[in-house]
Ligand binder design. Structure first.
Ligand SMILES: Nc1ncnc2c1ncn2[C@@H]1O[C@H](COP(=O)(O)OP(=O)(O)O)[C@@H](O)[C@H]1O
Ligand SMILES: [Mg+2]
Length: 270
């Protein structure tokens, strides 16, 4: 496609991708090995009319993917108050559910090159293509309401439950108070447990799945320590930066926090 004449505005905020820019109503991002898999997914979401994801418009003359720009803002860090409310949490849960329902019938090509190297997963058979990175950097809010998911780089076959747990990690949050966003530091385990429940209710997670949330979180923490280390070592860039910044220690502390507060959290779940 033809590059529109327009100013390129650098979009910061993400941890990993260098060179994300906005040009008019589009976003340009460098292509990676998994991009064609993501493009197939975005095309499916467009086909079924899911409004909460960018449209894939093609490849520009510099070999970058061209996506629609979603108007609004990713709350990012430090997390603003408006994104830490129960209403925002409920909105994220509904958005994730809408995405899962929209993607559940997608039959990806068997050889789609999802980014599965060094990723964390659970052992359950995959049910759908999950987003796998629904953090405050990757959710677009408009008028205080979450309505869009961006950055599908980690999308891959997984389960609904894994994607729910992964999302709860930053939104509940499931983390040691010292490592949380300031707005979440004051929440005790009881309050976090309530937020997990609120999320599960809004998502519509069945009770048998809900009972597995903490166990899947524990498994995820165990495995993500190793996968983050491997990404830092083999992929470098933003992954290496996150590792140097101490993400490994944060994962370990989250694990300890989860174990220490297991009963209080569990009591709130069902
Ligand atoms: N399609 C989009 N619409 C609106 N904002 C976007 C879009 N894509 C990226 N951004 C903005 O750019 C930031 C970084 O882009 P992202 O694709 O998340 O890169 P990274 O892989 O580094 O996380 C996002 O946090 C968001 O603020
Ligand atoms: Mg991002």
């Amino acid at each position: 496609m033809t590059v529109e004449q327009g100013r390129e505005v650098v979009l910061g905020g993400g941890d990993v991708t260098e060179g994300v820019v906005r040009v008019g109503e589009t976003v340009r991002r460098p292509l990676r090995a998994h991009s064609s898999a993501v493009h197939g997914l975005l095309r499916h979401l467009e086909l079924v009319g899911f409004a909460g994801a960018p449209r894939f418009l093609g490849i520009d003359e510099q070999g970058r993917e061209v996506l629609t720009y979603l108007e609004g803002e990713a709350p990012g860090r430090p997390l603003p108050e408006y994104a830490a409310t129960d209403d925002a949490l409920v909105g994220v849960a509904r958005l994730l559910r809408g995405f899962h329902d929209a993607v559940s019938l997608y039959e990806a090509p068997a050889d789609a090159p999802w980014d599965t190297a060094f990723t964390t997963n659970v052992d359950d058979p995959p049910e759908l293509i999950g987003h796998c990175d629904v953090t405050p950097d990757n959710v677009i809010f408009r008028d205080g309401v979450p309505y869009g998911l961006i950055d599908f780089d980690l999308a891959r076959p997984t389960t609904r439950l894994f994607d729910v747990v992964n999302t709860l990690r930053t939104w509940a949050p499931m983390a040691d108070p010292a490592d949380r966003e300031p707005v979440f530091r004051r929440l005790d385990a009881d309050a976090v447990g309530r937020r997990i429940r609120r999320f599960c209710d809004a998502y519509g997670l069945p009770h048998d799945q809900r009972r597995r949330v903490l166990a899947v979180a524990r498994l995820r923490f165990e495995r993500s320590h190793e996968s983050m280390r491997a990404r830092a070592e083999h992929l470098g860039g933003g992954w290496a930066r996150m590792w140097r910044d101490g993400v490994g220690g944060r994962i370990r502390r989250a694990q300890d926090w989860l174990d220490l507060n297991w009963d209080a959290l569990d009591a709130r779940l069902v």
